[in-house]
Design a protein around this ligand. Structure first.
Ligand code: FMN
Length: 328
């Protein structure tokens, strides 16, 4: 889960018998190397390394200007000078540099969100012998991933927190819930299917397995574990009743992602097209988020959260992993 965890959570989950993941979408090559070294030192168990693989869009100066105009009242309120805001992509897709690192560290599992890397890079990952996973949010995406060489498909239902892994369509009307999506994908592909979205306890895990899942992927429940790096405002929101109200929003990055409804979402509308395309929307919000968070205000933060936050527990991740597996 990019932005809310690093090696510590991955190590704890892998050592407890789960498959811990290192999210790399927001890491430089140097940060990635450091985190991979930490994982190698912290566990001898298998782990997963996760990447986004969007095709980066070009920055659009006109859209960026409209976006900053829409945010100008907030810049004024928080005393921020928009001229000082640097525009940057924030999230990078899988690259040749990342493939070099994978060749050094040879993780047991590599997973992709937003489709797959271009064929040359994909061939390099396949040559490592790592098991390759990727998210599908529709039956079409699952079949596309199967045809393009993944070893297992993650069926990401619309309950899931964070970014939708959608890549064949931009229409959020195509997105369905986990227990509708999972059995359809199980039927449509020959590969093992991993269920993701809204699973928050051992009964949810058992239900997904009984619908044909080979495994489950869980995010939201781990967000307030001590090993996560989730911010204070995000933790507070997850622990409060506001976590019951999430929406898909494109305001924070330019792509639909599920998060807790906050002031920015309420005032601009969750899917407002004024926010630039992924990943450019994030930079204009960054200083607002930082200033508001310093005041204990999560009104401008991406409070990523799935539709079922009842599994969030301030427990060591190993304990939570065992409880989810029904073994605690
Ligand atoms: C805070 C947060 C960040 C996430 N970041 C990523 C990511 O970087 N890569 C990825 O493949 N999935 C990411 N996801 C999605 C998860 O992999 C998973 O599909 C989802 O958390 C499952 O649903 P749940 O949140 O209801 O457990 C993220 C989810 C959350 C909550």
């Amino acid at each position: 889960m990019a932005g809310v965890q690093g090696s510590a959570l991955a190590i704890a989950v892998s050592n407890a018998g789960g498959l811990g993941s290192l999210p790399c979408a927001m890491l430089s090559a140097e940060q990635m190397r450091k985190e991979l070294l930490a994982i190698k030192a912290g566990t001898s168990q298998p782990f997963n390394v996760n990447f986004f693989c969007h095709t980066p869009s070009k920055p659009d100066a006109v859209r960026e200007a409209s976006w900053r105009k829409a945010l100008s009242k907030y810049y004024e309120e928080f005393g921020i000078d928009p001229a000082q805001i640097s525009a940057g992509p924030g999230r990078a897709p899988f690259s040749a540099e990342a493939a070099d690192l994978l060749e050094q560290f040879k993780p047991a599992v590599v997973s992709f969100h937003f489709g797959l890397p271009e064929p040359g890079l994909m061939a390099r990952v396949k040559a490592l012998g790592s098991t390759i996973l990727a998210s599908a949010t529709t039956v079409d995406e699952a079949q596309w991933l199967e045809a393009h060489g993944v070893d297992a498909v993650i069926a990401q239902g619309s309950e899931a927190g964070g970014h939708r892994g959608m890549f064949l369509s931009e229409d959020i009307a195509t997105q369905v819930g986990t227990f509708a999506l999972l059995p359809q994908i199980v039927k449509a592909v020959k590969l093992p299917v991993i269920a993701a979205g809204g699973i928050a306890d051992s009964n949810g895990v058992a239900a997904a397995l009984s619908l044909g899942a080979a495994a489950v992927q869980i995010g939201t429940s781990y967000l307030i574990c001590p090993e996560a790096t989730t911010s204070a405002v995000h933790r507070a929101a997850l622990k409060s009743e506001t976590a019951r109200h999430t929406v898909l929003t494109r305001l924070f990055s330019g792509r639909p992602a599920r998060g807790i409804v906050n002031r920015l979402i309420r005032e601009l509308g969750p899917m407002n097209e004024i926010a630039p395309a992924f990943p450019w929307a994030a930079s204009a919000i960054a200083p607002l988020r930082a200033r508001a968070e310093s005041l204990g205000d999560g009104g401008f933060s991406p409070l990523w959260c799935g539709q079922n936050a009842t599994g969030c527990a301030e427990l060591p991740a190993a304990q939570l992993t065992r409880a989810l597996a029904g073994a605690a």
